[in-house]
Ligand binder design. Structure first.
Ligand code: PEP
Ligand code: MG
Length: 315
């Protein structure tokens, strides 16, 4: 679903000094990092590193990767930078990491599954991230995509630690990892919800399929209640929860996410200002009330309408 055209009929008038939760930016390139630096984003919530590799025919050396990463780190807005390790696969093929052709690429060797199938590449990428940190002094956390078991999370943590990267997170984008979150205490420092893929796998609906837009709508209560569950599982384990999927780029939905208890959202650079304004326009208690009303609904349209009406009545 193209959420960049999400219509929010309300203009948010900031009344608080700071947004209710940290607002970061999503980037995939140096140009994106520059665009993010022109916003009030606090750091980067998702750096899609696969973008650096998609048009490469041969594997860049560790040094080449490190200098490319360092360039991005230098211009990225102040704050923590969350670097996602390569998230490619048969649908986003990387020429130098060949795999067998797959009938169901979305269910095949993609994300961290690809990284662990090519440890020589994955270890190099992690070393390049470490070298770029050393060159720039930025605070960086690494995050693995498409994690569906505690073993995968543990394996990623070990790989990262070996490369000198102690701060590790995983994306929550498969339903199977959701009930396992309490067992991630001591393994990950944070989780970040990839609402795009989480929708795709929760609803068994291809996120690219034009006829699936209604199911992969981030206002679907089935997704929002799952996010509620994620936050509740993470709380006793003291694992911070962020959202880096497109859901966080919708200002009204960002209010709902903050009300559900996520501690950060990450938005496209073009959406950062609107998301920040929305999150600065009401109190935590008001956001919680709106979130409770929204998750009680049973359709995406109703959820959106209830949020719109509830917000109008508080402002
Ligand atoms: C997601 O799945 O929500 C996500 C942030 O990752 P990507 O869109 O790159 O798959
Ligand atoms: Mg994803």
């Amino acid at each position: 679903a193209d959420l960049s055209v999400a219509t929010v009929p309300i203009s948010f008038i900031p009344t608080l000094d700071e947004p209710l939760v940290t607002v970061r930016a999503n980037i995939g390139s140096l140009a994106d990092a520059q665009a993010a630096a022109d916003t009030l984003a606090r750091g980067i919530g998702l750096f899609r590193t696969e973008v650096l590799y998609l048009d490469r025919q041969s594997q860049p050396t560790m040094t080449e990767q490190a200098s490319e990463l360092a360039e991005v780190f230098r211009v990225a807005p102040a704050g923590t930078i969350i670097v996602r390790t390569i998230d490619a696969g048969s649908d986003k093929p990387v020429a130098f990491l060949p795999g067998k052709s797959e009938e169901n690429p979305a269910l095949g060797v993609r994300g961290f599954r690809l990284g662990r199938a090519h440890p020589e590449f994955q270890e190099d990428q992690l070393l390049a991230i470490k070298a770029a940190i050393d060159a720039t002094g930025r605070h960086v956390q690494v995050m693995a995509p498409m994690i569906s078991t505690v073993e995968e999370a543990t394996e990623f943590r070990e790989m990262a630690k070996k490369a000198g990267l102690p701060e590790v997170g995983i994306m929550v984008e498969t339903p199977a990892i959701v009930p396992m979150i309490p067992d991630l205490a001591g393994i990950v420092d944070f989780v970040s919800i990839g609402s795009n893929d989480l929708s795709q796998y929760l609803f068994a609906a291809d996120r690219q399929h034009p006829a699936m837009g209604g199911l992969v709508d981030p206002w679907q209560p089935g997704l929002l209640r799952t996010i509620d569950t994620i936050v509740q599982h993470a709380a006793p384990a003291v694992i911070p929860v962020g959202v880096c999927g497109e859901a966080g780029s919708d200002p009204l939905l960002a209010i709902v996410l903050a009300g559900l208890g996520v501690s950060s959202v990450s938005a496209a650079p073009s959406a950062v200002a609107a998301v920040r304004d929305a999150l600065s326009s009401l109190t935590k208690a008001q956001a919680q009330d709106i979130a409770r009303a929204v998750v009680a609904e049973t359709s995406a349209n109703r959820a959106r309408d209830v949020a719109t009406d509830a917000l109008a009545s508080v402002s």
